[in-house]
Design a binder for this molecule. Structure first.
Ligand code: GLU
Length: 417
């Protein structure tokens, strides 16, 4: 099978790993075709009256990739690169993600092409409401349940819930990642980072390495990266570098993560943090450290820099941060990639707990959320690790094998083909 070039459409890059799994599992042509394309795609125009008085029409998408295992589930991204190709790729990844950690959902993704940082709160509120009402007929607790992603947050989910509720009545389970005051779950914000570090602890245990003193560099200090850094530091790991879109900081002896969080809250960036050297977001990927966590955007490890990664473990906090060519280069060099669909599944796992709490009109405390998160994500890791060891394949190939097999089984049982 030819490995697609890094410049291929995002959907082709993601689908390469699906095709590989499909071949490994010997899927029938009928099932292969059914799983290889999205089940439904919607493009909407989102006109918003901007503060200037002018109307700007944004383009929004919702791709519902597959719902064989349960309602469609996945975030909504506000980003200039959130075009149909990117959203489709992310919707496919959500399908494999929910399957690999065995939570009862399919996969979807949404997006609006915009630059949220350049919009006022009012503009983002109006855009979110308009986008939600345009796709509302596809949504619902048993149909499709959005959540935050890049450029969106709990406030965005509050607006979505409100817009959906004005059409269909108050329905907290229609979105997850809401503010706690509106039915969000405790521990949801921390979950993607926490889940990734729970998996890292297990990977280190298999490698017979203690977490204490393990060095880690984190690219991205947002909803995923900041919690990877904080959780890793809490476990005694040494966070040597972090970066965000405005710059990065490096200290080989370790950064004071609590102080860095305070600096970031005040300055709006990690850049300029005292007691550390300046480092660029690209340089972070090549630093000498034990673990590298790309936790920002897609395709940061590619054909041109994969051979310069010095970390032995790559913890994929972001969605598809590693291209297929980079994946092959790193596998050859013995770098262990903890694949995105497993590594960052903590977010959607606690989304599942939030949805379940909303449906039951009941609340869990944080220790219950965290212990169920640990049990669920480590259950996924144990299955993937055993498969990788048994078949002599990488964690990514094993994760896709497990996920695709589960979705194929669900399709078969439903009697589609
Ligand atoms: N946007 C997150 C992801 O990519 C969370 C999705 C969810 O909670 O539904 O996994």
């Amino acid at each position: 099978m030819d490995i697609p070039a890094d410049t291929a459409p995002a959907f082709d890059l993601v689908t390469y790993f699906f095709d590989k799994a499909s071949r490994q599992l010997n899927l029938s042509d009928d099932i292969h075709e059914l799983l290889r394309r999205p089940w439904r795609e919607l493009t909407v125009s989102v006109p918003v009256r901007m503060d200037s008085g002018k109307v700007h029409s944004f383009t929004g998408f919702r791709v519902q990739y597959n719902a064989a295992r349960g309602p469609y589930k996945g975030g909504v991204r506000y980003h200039p690169n959130a075009d149909m190709d990117e959203v489709r790729a992310l919707a496919a990844l959500m399908t494999w993600k929910t399957a690999v950690v065995d939570i009862p959902y399919g996969g979807a993704k949404g997006g609006v092409q915009c630059v949220p940082g350049e919009m006022s709160v009012g503009e983002r509120n109006r855009m979110t409401r308009r986008y939600t009402t345009s796709i509302a007929h596809l949504l619902g607790p048993n149909r499709d349940v959005p959540a935050p992603d890049l450029g969106t947050d709990s406030q965005t989910m509050a607006w979505m819930m409100d817009a959906y509720g004005s059409l269909y009545g108050h329905t907290p389970a229609c979105v997850t990642g809401k503010p706690i005051e509106l039915g969000g779950s405790v521990g949801r914000a921390e979950a993607p980072g926490r889940g990734a570090v729970y998996v890292l602890e297990e990977v280190l245990r298999h490698a017979e390495r203690p977490p204490k003193g393990t060095t880690i560099a984190v690219q991205g200090f947002g909803q995923v990266g900041s919690w990877i850094a904080r959780t890793a530091a809490d476990l005694g790991m040494t966070v040597v570098a972090v970066s965000d879109v405005r710059g990065g900081v490096y200290n080989p002896r370790g950064l004071d993560v609590a102080a860095l969080v305070r600096h970031n809250a005040e300055a709006g960036t990690v850049a300029g943090f005292a007691g550390a050297e300046k480092v660029s977001s690209a340089e972070i990927l090549e630093l000498g450290c034990d673990v590298l966590a790309p936790a920002a955007v897609e395709k940061v490890l590619h054909e041109k820099n994969a051979d310069r990664v010095r970390a032995k473990i790559v913890l994929e906090g972001a969605n598809h941060p590693v291209t297929p060519r980079a994946d092959a280069i790193m596998a050859e060099r013995g770098v262990t990639c903890v694949p995105d669909i497993l590594c960052n599944a903590g977010g959607v796992i606690v989304s599942y707990f939030e949805w379940a709490q909303n449906i039951q009109a009941f609340r869990w405390d944080e220790s219950r959320v965290n212990s169920e998160l640990r049990r669920t994500i480590l259950g996924g890791y144990a299955t993937v690790q055993a498969r990788a060891a048994g078949e002599g394949v990488t964690l990514r190939d094993a994760a896709f094998d497990v996920a695709v097999e589960r979705v194929a089984k669900a399709v078969q049982l439903r009697g589609f083909v």
